[in-house]
Design a protein. Sequence first.
Length: 79
Amino acid sequence: MISSPFAVFNQYDFKPREKVYVVSDSMYADYQKAEALKQIQVLESRASEYRQALDSLTSTIDGLKKENGLLEPGEDTSK
């Protein structure tokens, strides 16, 4: 005879979750919005870092072109 409803799971080394949290739909929607805002901030920060890296690379490329006379006639690097 089974002594507990969870005894069936013990033979498979399955442990049921101890805690379950129930939240309302509005609380979950607020949580999702907060998580989305966090993710947006991280992505905007990364985009800003990439723009700075692009500016630095572009400046280095333009400097090398000027130093070595590789600019095409009429090419403007002062964007």
